[in-house]
Design a protein around this ligand. Structure first.
Ligand SMILES: C[S@@+](CC[C@H](N)C(=O)[O-])C[C@H]1O[C@@H](n2cnc3c(N)ncnc32)[C@H](O)[C@@H]1O
Length: 248
């Protein structure tokens, strides 16, 4: 797959744009799952780790962390944030490892960076291969087939800190050419110490149904449970964000 230039200059502002994201609740959920599934071992792979916020919280909790991301800009920030971790540039579709992991996380719509079923199958198979027996993979699904309209439209997020002002305008729409793809366009408008800069970032995201993903995971060999938006409640069709847990 060609290397995409996602989050270019945007990388350095990612944490600011998502400063209100509830990372602690996600970590608490994942720790409950690790305990409920009786996972032994603390070797954790965070795929599509971005700027390493989850990685930092897990490392502080005694996990041995490997973070992988496609984007070197995001990885630079992760490396500075988490000193006692290994970070590698790589793609979820191609990632192979001789080292085996007890937990693999893959968070915040990262699964939607598979653009078709064959990429999705490759990614899920890679997770299966790198896990120890009894190990688990945990990921959320941000864009759900059949519910695309809920994620379509134009949105604005803002962040202000001293002389820094960030406005991110995003537009999410189904692709005109491919019913299985959603296009997300992000315009970052930044004013930093009086200097104005901007960047436009285009993302192509694959849309999958919950049933499609569950079926691929089961065929790959995982026992699958699906939860409701980082809570221990079971997923229902009304859930905003399904969370998949697959155990090898
Ligand atoms: C929405 S961010 C999520 C980052 C992080 N997991 C979090 O929760 O903050 C998506 C991340 O996926 C990465 N990414 C996109 N396509 C990828 C791929 N094919 N393989 C690995 N990482 C990818 C991007 O570079 C970005 O860091």
């Amino acid at each position: 797959m060609p290397k995409e230039q996602l989050y270019k200059k945007y990388a350095q502002f990612y944490d600011k744009v998502y400063s209100k994201k509830k990372y602690d609740e996600e970590i608490a959920f994942i720790k409950s799952i690790i305990s409920n599934f009786k996972v032994k071992g603390k070797n954790l792979l965070d795929m599509a780790c971005g700027t390493g916020t989850h990685a930092k919280k897990f490392a502080d909790d005694g996990f041995k962390i490997t973070g992988v991301d496609l984007n070197s800009g995001m990885l630079e920030i992760a490396k500075a944030k988490v000193k006692n971790a290994t970070f590698l540039e790589g793609s979820m579709q191609a990632f192979k490892s001789k080292e085996k992991f007890d937990v693999a996380t893959f968070l915040f719509t990262a699964i939607n960076y598979n653009k078709n079923i064959s990429d999705l199958k490759a990614t899920i198979k890679n997770f299966y291969d790198i896990l120890n027996k009894g190990g688990i993979v945990i990921f959320d699904l941000g864009l759900i087939k059949g519910q695309e309209d809920k994620k379509s439209g134009a949105f604005i997020d803002t962040y202000t800190e001293n002389d820094l002002q960030i406005a991110r305008i995003s537009q999410w729409n189904p692709s005109k050419d491919n019913p299985d793809i959603h296009n997300a366009i992000f315009l970052m408008l930044i004013k930093d110490k009086g200097k104005i800069d901007f960047e436009i970032d285009e993302h192509e995201l694959g849309i999958f149904s919950v049933e499609e993903i569950k079926s691929i995971m089961e065929k790959t060999g995982f026992a699958v449970k699906i939860y409701d938006n980082y809570t221990l409640k079971k997923y229902t069709k009304k859930s905003k964000r399904p969370i998949f847990v697959g155990q090898k």
